[in-house]
Design a protein. Structure first.
Length: 223
């Protein structure tokens, strides 16, 4: 029988409305195993540092990735996805030399500008997974290995080293329509059925060159 006690409570948004999402550590760790396979496709040196940029409310989405960092033998650190914590992003990049920065937002870029930091100097030479609102701006910055991350309600999808946008398809099912709808596949403390992610795309069942078994998403294309 499913243990009803939550270890963390995060949230996700549907049409701009916040929905609470209780989760257990075993659920997050289960997702982390697949995320670790995707992360390994980058062949980062053992013991490298990876910076995660997220909000407090996104714990259910990003805690699994932070566990994947540990599984792959790397060190994780984090900063808040806000303008006012952009100075911390710059400081971590300068002092700890992370090989990757995961989850950069437009607010992060605006904060760097506000504090007088050049994104090319902060992110240059690193793999940067940018959210859709920051991706276009960073695409004009030289010296970055730019990748994508997309929030899918209480889940996330992110690019592997071969450019495949993977999601934890062992745990989640995505149904295509006008936008992708998310449902849980495995037992969860908070089962979901048809949550509107607000993301337009379709799921591909073609194997990815990175070797991950998790399915990929093609954005902006309807089924």
């Amino acid at each position: 029988m499913t243990d009803p006690r939550a270890d963390v409570v995060g949230c996700y948004h549907v049409a701009g409305k916040a929905e609470f999402f209780p989760a257990r550590y075993d659920e997050l760790e289960r997702q982390a195993v697949g995320m670790a396979r995707v992360l390994q496709s980058f062949s980062f040196a053992p013991g490298s540092v990876i910076l995660t940029v997220s909000s407090v409310g996104e714990v259910a989405q990003f805690a699994a990735f932070e566990k994947a960092i540990q599984i792959t033998g790397h060190y994780g650190t984090n900063a808040e996805a806000s303008m006012f914590d952009a100075g911390r992003v710059e400081s971590i990049c300068r002092q700890f030399a992370p090989v990757g920065v995961f989850g950069v937002t437009q607010a992060t870029l605006e904060g760097l500008k506000m504090f007088g930091h050049d994104p090319e100097r902060v992110f240059g030479g690193r793999t940067v997974w940018a959210r859709p609102d920051a991706h276009e701006g960073l695409s004009r910055v030289a010296g970055i290995d730019l990748r994508r991350i997309v929030v899918l309600g209480p889940a996330i999808a992110f690019d592997c080293g071969e450019g495949g946008l993977h999601f934890a398809s062992r745990d989640w099912a995505l149904a295509a329509g006008d936008t992708l709808k998310l449902s849980s596949r495995m037992p969860r403390i908070t089962p979901l059925d048809g949550v509107d992610t607000g993301v337009e795309g379709r799921v591909s069942t073609m194997p990815c060159a990175c070797g991950s078994r998790d399915l990929t998403i093609t954005l902006g294309v309807k089924a």
